[in-house]
Design a protein around this ligand. Sequence first.
Ligand SMILES: Nc1nc2c(c(=O)[nH]1)N[C@H]1C(S)=C(S)[C@@H](COP(=O)(O)O)O[C@H]1N2
Ligand SMILES: [Mo]
Length: 227
Amino acid sequence: MTEDDDTPVSGVHAPPTKLTTTKQRWAQEHKFLTGRIARPEAERLPPSQHLVKDWPVLDLGIQPHLPPFRWSLDVDGLVDKPMHWTWDAFSALPQTREVTDIHCVTTWSRYDNRWDGVSTRDLLAIVEPREDAHFVVLHSFDGYTTNLPLMDFAAPDAILAHSWEGAPLTREHGGPLRLVVPHLYFWKSAKWLKRIQFVASDELGFWEVRGYHERGDPWKEERYSGD
Ligand SMILES: Nc1nc2c(c(=O)[nH]1)N[C@H]1C(S)=C(S)[C@@H](COP(=O)(O)O)O[C@H]1N2
Ligand SMILES: [Mo]
């Protein structure tokens, strides 16, 4: 037995050593973590947002019933190759998986949602937007619309999702197909997607004409028009 044995290893009274000081600094700096999880929490969670574990449902009070024979997707406007997809044809497109965070303007955020579907970049490669296409208007089966810049629609992790956590999207969450644009507030991610329209100048959607921001970047807190 030496005198040192009386010193609690992890006690608050243990004198700081070079090793413990360094390890504390690593923890603060998130050292050795790679990729997106290395970002400090303060940066992953946008300002004024709080984390939830469940997945709230937000809509206009209409949840359209869309069996495959009633569903189709039109892509039109300023594109060289307009498309009309049936469910079978759309399901045959190349598949992408994304794990992304949700940030709703009502201040809840939900981390690590696994989506399967078609990447917006793959869709853009098929329809070939013209040079004068700068904005996208999304039209949904419940009458909802929302608008966003083509650059945001074309984000590398934006996905036309048919599945969440390995199972088909439920009707309440926008099944059979919804858009997910992770880096914008979630109202831009249209559920029950019916039509994707490419336009030259911005056209405000349902929430955008009711005082919400035309772009909606959560890290800039672009909640309301004029923010
Ligand atoms: N078609 C449609 N898409 C929509 C909406 C809607 O009312 N109709 N609400 C938006 C809003 S305000 C949010 S926060 C998210 C909610 O998606 P969730 O119900 O899957 O959480 O969908 C967005 N997409
Ligand atoms: Mo929302």
